[in-house]
Structures are given as structure tokens and as C-alpha cells.
Design a protein around this ligand. Structure first.
Ligand code: ACO
Length: 376
């Protein structure tokens, strides 16, 4: 009998084409619809990048103005979604809150089962507009604070920070936030996007695919790593403790969160851009100790293991400096990645084939229930 060619974790398996993004680990580059992500982060708003991911082209000024007006008018948290969030116990993780809130938003949409591109695009834009309110409100209620209404005079990033903290953010902070949203938006067939595509391939609705993707993103090997980075920083405490902490962690064969990647083996293309944004935040908030801890852990871990940081490594401390609770970091990833997920959902639906791989059986040989006699 020939051994089956198992590709554990689908590592190295190419399952389909995509025109949404290209990850090239050889050149350490990431293109969204052909544009290098660094160029997009330096020149575009997150709103323009969302438009690019959905439509395939950057918007003209008129297209962007129309899209932005639509987004600003649709930011308010629906009352039934607010009530659902209030029902989720504070002991639950904010990712569970988002999973619930998006699920209810889907259950309340009479067009949920309309899988046309036009309808899916409208749903994608609605989720894009409303996710900041869900994330911001959940953090606020955990702090015993009231919901803050959105402000139409603010852009996406400014409004997100406004709804979370009740203050107009400094331009340095709003810029770093915008950069993080752009960098998190899309990354080809990662685990959560692939989950969304699998669900879409059954011709289930867009909300089901997004809810499934939220579940996949929650895990610490994927989106949950930005939160886990901050827990590690809390454990280590200061740059002087890095060496002994790393000795113990590596002896215990712990995974160091925020390092390593399934595709990139020589560094994550998004890290230098996010690290530059983190540097501006370190200056803005005067946080040299955090910067020293960051740099020391990176240099020690890279020199010992040759494993490089991924995007979660600079984004976790960035969100911490901005004032987000650690548990809110992965929901911020959701607010961004919903753009990439929905672009993939629409791409999958437009050229669908049910995703159904094979497995090789290695359980018990065929056996029978004692005494069972089949009907003649
Ligand atoms: N810390 C310690 N060792 C690591 C790490 C790490 N962060 N990453 C990889 N390794 C080691 C593994 O222990 C393994 O060693 P071994 O061969 O001696 O057993 C080897 O490197 C290969 O690691 P795998 O986990 O098999 O590689 P894979 O490609 O499956 O891993 C992954 C990718 C899951 C991201 C891994 O690097 C990891 O767990 N990193 C920490 C979690 C994390 O930061 N996730 C965020 C991903 S990026 C994102 O979502 C934006």
C-alpha cells in the first residue's frame, strides 16, 4: 500500500488563485491588488484600502468621498446589537462578544441569504462601518463607561479612537492606528480567511463566513498573538529580565508569541512599517522602557533561534500605548481583517468550488457490534 502524501496543516499546499493579495516570502513583499502594502500605509486612508480590496482599484476622489459618506452615516451601533453585547458576561473574551454581535447583525439582516455580489458588498460595507462601534463599546462597558456616539466629522481611525476613549486623538496616534488597520487588512489564505472561504464554498451567507473567521482568528497562533505579546511583556517586566526569562521559556519549549510565521521565514513584510509607527508612539507617549524591552527581546530571540517577529509583535505594544485594553487587541484585528475576509468571500463566491479535501484513515480496522445480525 502506498503511503498517502499528507500535507499536515496544508503547509505548502496551493489551493486556488486569488487576485486580492500576493505574499512573496522570497522578496519579503506583500501586495494588495498589486500595490505594495508599505506604499498604501504611507499614502492612503484605511477607507481607501478597504475600497481597493473590494473593488480591485483605488477609488477616485469622487468614489472615495461617496464611500466615506456612506461609511460615516452607518457607524451607529444598532440597538439590538447593543443589547446582545450587554447580555454577554464580562468574563467572556471580547472576541466572543464580536462573534455574537456579528452573528446577531446577520440574523437581523433580511438580505442575509442574498449571495449576489451587490448584496455582499453592501453587507461588507455595513460590517466595516459598524465593527468599530462594537469593539469600542465592549471595551467601554468593561470599564463601566457609557456608549459614545460616532462623529461624522472624523475619519475612520479618528472616530474609532473617539468612540473608544471619548477624545479626539492626536494625529500621531490616529496615523499609527490607520497604519495598523491597513497592515492587518489582508494576507492571502491565512487560517481565518481560509475558514471564511470554506464556509462560503458551501454557499452559506457572508455573515456565517465572517463569524467563522472570527473564531479562527481568536486563537493565539493567529490573531490572538497580538494580545499574547502583551502578556509576555507583562511577564518579563523590563529589558534586564529578558535573558533569564528567555532561558526559562525556551527550556520549557514555550512558543514566544509575536515571532515566527508559516509563510515568512526571514521576517514579516509588514513589521518594518508597523515598527516605524510604534517608534512614533514611543516618542509621543515617552515610553523608552517599553521600547527597550521590545528591542532586547527581539534581538535576543532572533540571535538565539533565528525566528523573526511577525506583525503582532509591534502592533501589540502599539495598541497598548494607545490605551486599548490587552483583550481588545484581537478585536481590532477583526475590524481591519473584515475587509480582506469579505473580499475573499466575494472572490470565492464568484468562482466557487466546494472546499472538501481528503483524509487518510488511521483508526481501527473494520469491526462489528457483537450479536448484531443484519436483517435478511
Ligand atoms: N517561539 C518559539 N519557537 C518557535 C516559534 C515561536 N514563536 N515559532 C516557531 N518556532 C519553532 C517551533 O517550535 C518549531 O521548532 P521545532 O522544529 O524544533 O519543533 C519550528 O520553529 C517550526 O515551528 P512551527 O510551529 O512548526 O511552524 P509553523 O509554520 O507551523 O508556525 C506559527 C507558524 C504558528 C505562527 C508559529 O511561528 C508560532 O506559533 N508563532 C507564535 C504565535 C504567533 O505569533 N502567531 C501570529 C502569526 S502572524 C499573524 O497572525 C499576524
Amino acid at each position: 500500500m502506498t503511503e498517502p502524501d499528507i500535507k499536515k496543516g496544508l503547509a505548502g499546499v496551493t489551493v486556488d488563485y486569488t487576485a486580492v493579495s500576493k505574499v512573496n516570502p522570497e522578496t519579503n513583499s506583500l501586495l494588495y491588488r498589486g500595490y505594495p502594502v508599505q506604499e498604501l500605509a504611507a499614502t492612503q486612508s484605511f477607507e481607501a484600502v478597504a475600497y481597493l480590496l473590494w473593488y480591485g482599484e483605488l477609488p477616485t476622489d469622487a468614489q472615495l468621498a461617496a464611500f466615506v459618506a456612506e461609511e460615516r452615516a452607518d457607524r451607529t451601533l444598532d440597538e439590538n446589537v447593543k443589547q446582545a453585547i450587554d447580555l454577554v458576561p464580562l468574563t467572556a473574551h471580547p472576541m466572543d462578544v464580536l462573534r455574537t454581535a456579528v452573528s446577531l447583525a446577520g440574523a437581523s439582516d433580511p438580505a442575509a441569504f442574498d449571495n449576489s455580489r451587490e448584496s455582499d458588498l453592501a453587507k461588507s460595507k455595513r460590517l466595516f462601518a459598524k465593527l468599530p462601534a462594537m469593539v469600542a463599546y465592549d471595551q467601554r462597558r468593561r470599564r463601566g463607561q457609557e456608549l459614545i456616539d460616532p462623529r461624522e466629522d472624523l475619519d475612520y481611525s479618528q472616530n474609532f479612537l473617539w468612540m473608544t476613549f471619548g477624545e479626539i486623538p492626536d494625529p500621531v496616534v490616529a496615523h499609527a492606528f490607520n497604519v495598523s488597520m491597513i497592515l492587518y487588512a489582508e494576507h492571502s489564505f491565512n487560517a481565518s480567511t481560509f475558514t471564511a472561504r470554506v464556509i462560503t464554498s458551501t454557499i452559506a451567507d457572508l455573515y456565517s463566513a465572517v463569524v467563522g473567521a472570527i473564531g479562527a482568528l481568536k486563537g493565539p497562533l493567529h490573531g490572538g498573538a497580538n494580545e499574547a505579546v502583551m502578556h509576555i511583556f507583562d511577564e518579563i517586566g523590563s529589558a534586564e529580565n529578558v535573558s533569564p526569562w528567555l532561558d526559562t521559556a525556551l527550556a520549557e519549549k514555550r512558543k514566544i508569541m509575536g515571532f515566527g510565521h508559516r509563510v515568512y521565514k526571514h521576517g514579516d513584510s509588514r513589521v518594518p512599517t508597523m515598527k516605524a509607527a510604534l517608534d512614533t508612539l514611543v516618542d509621543h507617549y515617552d515610553a523608552p522602557d517599553l521600547a527597550a524591552l521590545y528591542d532586547t527581546l527581539e534581538s535576543e530571540f532572533v540571535s538565539r533561534k533565528g525566528i523573526y517577529p511577525n506583525l503582532d509583535y509591534p502592533s501589540g505594544p502599539s495598541y497598548n500605548l494607545m490605551g486599548f485594553d490587552t483583550q481588545t487587541f484581537t478585536p481590532l484585528f477583526v475590524a481591519s481583517r473584515v475587509t480582506g475576509w469579505t473580499a475573499h468571500i466575494m472572490e470565492q463566491a464568484a468562482s466557487n468550488a466546494l472546499i472538501r479535501p481528503l483524509s487518510a484513515y488511521n483508526g481501527p480496522d473494520e469491526r462489528h457490534i457483537p450479536g448484531y445480525v443484519p436483517d435478511a
